[in-house]
Write a protein that binds this ligand. Structure first.
Ligand code: ZN
Ligand code: ZN
Length: 367
């Protein structure tokens, strides 16, 4: 009896050591989330970061990429979405996620970088189904609200036609958010020494994952969606900061005020920045590197560089060597790179898990 009791006690102690104390998890919404929310949160953020009731660890920031510059993020015990579109149209099912998964995550907010279809087309459905607050410019909010049939809740952070460099801020729970309007990618005349980037298309994803008629139609119907301004966001919790922007325009020539605002932000731990854009056809990665140079992040994570709509896009692998060269050539020194590659890094939270309790918050695993 004594031996069994001791064994039981040892087993209980071992289980406690493996499972973070419940105080490490934040209560958001109900005491116990529905089964589909628990399952979706575990898949997107890792089983170790979600307790048996679907609540999230407070002491970690976890991101899960689902294509283009779209991320689900667990921060401060909440789930938020950074953009909201699961890539589909010329294929279906290349990205292992769908709108139902994003609804099941029960996000509290959907932050819109800009209103084009590859960033915001699923925001109306997700906002309507979850009650998540959709955050963006007045133009983004009006578009999402109208497309949701007037159901989605929205919170404009900037008025209609705000100038570049206009700023705003908000908070949710322990998270502070800063916003600045910058510029969408655009082609400019080649600068001296310009090295255009024209990666080869790859149609294998379309052959291996042929599109459904519904997905083709849905993408076609959203082709007219308006940009509505481009926003860069900074998320801070404690002394951890992360900057995200889903387009990289000619910052130095077209958005000098936004550049000054970004330059005043304290050096971020993490910079999620779009590297695909119209500027690449004349000036390669010049414009995305202007953002890196201005922000001087510790860790850079590229976005928008995957095969999100072949043949208009190319896989991440076709960007990698040019990106590494461009970072290495930065006068202020190269940040560490956390490369994301499609499709392996879709919905792969291990790639972007940041432990707020560690001085070195870099995610573990290969770079
Ligand atoms: Zn766009
Ligand atoms: Zn885009």
């Amino acid at each position: 009896m004594v031996t069994i009791a001791r064994r039981t006690a040892l087993a209980a102690a071992a289980a406690l050591a493996l499972t973070p104390r419940s105080a490490a998890f934040a209560l958001d919404g109900p005491r116990r989330h529905p089964h589909e929310t628990i399952a979706a949160r575990r898949r997107f953020f890792g089983p170790a970061n979600v307790d048996a009731r679907g609540h999230l660890r407070r002491d970690r920031v976890v991101l899960s990429w689902f294509g283009v510059s779209n991320f689900a993020m667990a921060i401060g015990g909440r789930v938020v979405l950074l953009d909201a579109w699961v890539p589909q149209g010329t294929y279906s099912g290349y990205v292992p996620a769908d709108v139902d998964d994003l609804v099941a995550l029960r996000p509290s907010h959907v932050f819109i970088g800009h209103g084009h279809f590859d960033h915001a087309a699923d925001a109306p459905a997700i906002g309507a189904a979850t009650g998540a607050l959709v955050v963006g410019t007045a133009e983004h909010c009006a578009q999402v609200h109208a497309q949701s049939g007037g159901v989605a809740r929205t919170a404009p952070v900037l008025p209609v036609a705000a100038p570049e460099g206009a700023t705003s801020s908000l908070t949710f729970g322990p998270v502070r958010v800063n916003v600045v309007k910058h510029v969408h990618s655009a082609p400019e005349a080649p600068a001296s020494g310009a090295d255009p980037l024209l990666p080869a298309p790859d149609l294998m994803a379309c052959l291996e994952h042929p599109p459904t008629v519904t997905d083709v139609l849905d993408t076609v119907l959203h082709q007219g969606d308006q940009e509505g301004g481009a926003l860069a966001y900074r998320f801070r919790i404690g002394d951890f900061s992360l900057v995200w922007h889903d387009s990289s325009g000619p910052l130095h020539s077209k958005a000098p005020t936004a550049r000054r605002v970004l330059g005043r932000w304290r050096r971020p731990d993490v910079h999620l920045g779009s590297i695909q854009g119209f500027g690449q056809y004349t000036n390669g990665l010049r414009d995305p590197m202007w953002y890196v140079e201005t922000l001087r992040p510790r860790l850079f994570v590229p976005g928008h560089h995957d095969n999100w709509l072949p043949p208009a896009s190319s896989p991440a692998s076709t960007y990698e060597s040019r990106l590494r060269e461009a970072l290495a050539a930065l006068p202020s020194g190269a940040p560490e790179l956390r490369m994301l590659r499609d499709p392996d890094d879709y919905v792969n939270p291990d790639r972007l898990t940041f432990d707020l309790g560690r001085a070195d918050r870099r995610p573990r695993g290969p770079r």
